[in-house]
Unconditional design. Sequence first.
Length: 136
Amino acid sequence: MGRAGYGTTLVGGTNFTAGISGIKDITLSGLECDAIDVTDMDSTGRRREYVPGLIEPGEITFTVNFEDGLYDTVLDKMGGGTAAAAETWTVTFPDDSTYACSGFLSKAGSATPHDGGITFDMTIKLSGAETFTTAA
């Protein structure tokens, strides 16, 4: 059963408590586990052997409609001002399930197509363990 993404929200815990407005799309890159090579001279059949290592929490990338003042706000939150810091980011899906993780704004840029609205793409680098809560 599929679901429409309409109504999904993204809220920061410190600097963006009112949420991010004008969101066009959100992508959670997903988790990735490092593979640690433990191959040795006795590995069976000349095959490499691995064990799981650390988990990379990934990123949240999103695109918003460009608004006046957005660039200055983002620059301030990325380290160009005093407000740069990691905060808890929460994605709330239309069924009220949530994904939350600590992270900080790590990338921002705009797109200006000749036949459409100006958009602003942003990336939040996640840090630490995430929490996923299913809808009640």
